[in-house]
Design a binder for this molecule. Structure first.
Ligand SMILES: [Zn+2]
Length: 418
């Protein structure tokens, strides 16, 4: 048994925050949560991790990011989506044909993620099979868990493209090489409709069905992109139907953005239990717009958060969370308050629990689940004028934390940092 002592904070549901001052988590030997205690036992047989006054909170889940764009963080922020892709992104991703380069970038990325408290990811690689396998190895080595997809793209970009046949055979080679991974699983990843022919999309849909694989892609991010999709797919009334007609629109499919999804598209998200990865920093950086997150939540759509590096320039999920709050406040202003902005506890829920649920976890520190947690020491933050409640400390930490305040990270029941 293991006993973790500290100030326990978690968000089991949207708008609900539980705070237990000087509480504890009881774990089994393999790191599974067996109990959440308001008062730790006076004495017990367990191995004790006493984190004192630190906050112990569920870790972050980044539900949309592009690993090969890590080297271009903060670049090209003055370009709209399609120009940004063609000027920077496809050229950067092309570098990942070089496996040595991939190894050094992905090792650094994996370390950056885990030391920042992100223990689960739903991630895009590039189209390169070998680099994708290296990415999966490096994430596992660092202690990150989740899903990674070799990207499929057989049309569009001159700088980066595979033939339809290559895309199929390399996807099969990649999937056949994934059996040895314990914590990182494959997910099918058609880049987005403009990058994939109907033939490839149909093949991927069939493969998803045959092998029970999940799917991730992009949806209704930007008006130019949506106009391009309408030109490319005149048979589909709406963007989502370009995925649906090939069997890629299904339970647990992750669609990044959904900035411009109208009522009908939102209905389709809800009906098929498709998860939205909301990426506010990216949407503002490349002038895509502000997603109607409150409307999505009110309608019952599953909303998670993604850093979307490198459209997003922040890998740290606490910054992604605060950015989603700021974006929601702009939306509240634009709608005269009809779309109420996100509270800190709500945005934290989206950046942690809502993403963890995609991997099958229940809310917060649920009993029977492997521990995913961060330990935050906020003592180095500016001295407040009065004693803060635990809830105030939580709010301040979400806004002000950085790696130096993260004292330990637990991922899938293992202490992987600290
Ligand atoms: Zn993206």
């Amino acid at each position: 048994m293991k006993l973790i002592k500290g100030n326990i904070v978690y968000a089991p549901a949207l708008g609900k925050l539980v705070t237990l001052e000087r509480g504890a988590l009881m774990l089994s030997d393999d790191g599974t949560v067996t109990d959440v205690l308001a008062v730790p036992p006076e004495s017990c047989e367990a191995e004790v991790y006493d984190y004192g006054e630190a906050l112990v909170m569920p870790s972050f889940a980044d539900m949309h990011l592009h690993a090969p764009q890590y080297p271009m963080l903060g670049m090209g922020m003055d370009l709209p989506l399609m120009d940004w892709l063609n000027t920077y992104t496809f050229k950067t991703e092309a570098r990942f044909a070089d496996t040595d380069y991939a190894r050094s970038v992905y090792r650094a990325l994996a370390k950056d993620l885990i030391t920042g408290g992100t223990t689960r990811v739903c991630m895009f690689s590039s189209l390169h099979t070998d680099a994708t396998l290296i990415l999966m190895e490096e994430l596992e080595r660092a202690g990150v868990t989740g899903c990674v997809g070799k990207v499929n793209m057989d049309r569009g970009s001159e700088a980066l493209r595979e033939t339809t046949e290559q895309s199929k055979s390399e996807t099969l080679r990649w999937l056949d090489s994934c059996d040895g991974f314990r914590y990182i699983k494959p997910i099918l990843t058609p880049r987005f409709t403009p990058s994939c022919t109907d033939e490839l999309m149909a093949w991927l849909g069939k493969l998803a069905e045959e092998r029970g694989l999940r799917v991730q892609s992009h949806l209704s991010e930007n008006l130019d992109e949506m106009a391009l999709v309408r030109r490319l797919c005149p048979d589909c009334g709406q963007y989502w139907e370009t995925y649906a007609k090939h069997g890629l629109w299904k339970d647990h499919t992750v669609m990044a953005h959904c900035v411009h999804s109208d009522e009908r598209e939102r209905e389709a998200l809800l009906k098929h239990n498709v998860a939205v990865a909301h990426c506010a920093d990216s949407n503002i950086n490349i002038c895509s717009g502000i997603a109607p997150v409150r409307t999505l939540l009110r309608e019952g759509v599953w909303v998670t958060l993604g850093s979307d590096i490198a459209g997003g320039a922040q890998l740290a999920m606490n910054n992604v969370i605060t950015m989603s709050i700021r974006a929601s406040k702009m939306r509240a202003v634009q709608t005269d308050g009809r779309d109420a902005f996100l509270g800190v506890d709500e945005a934290y829920y989206l950046g942690s629990t809502a993403g963890h649920r995609w991997f099958g976890a229940d809310g917060g520190f649920a009993r029977g689940e492997a521990l995913h947690a961060i330990v935050l020491d906020d003592s180095a933050l500016p001295e407040p004028v009065c004693t803060l409640t635990l809830r105030e400390r939580f709010e301040r930490s979400i806004y002000l934390m950085d790696k130096s305040t993260i004292k330990a990270v637990w991922s899938e029941g293992r202490k992987v940092v600290g």
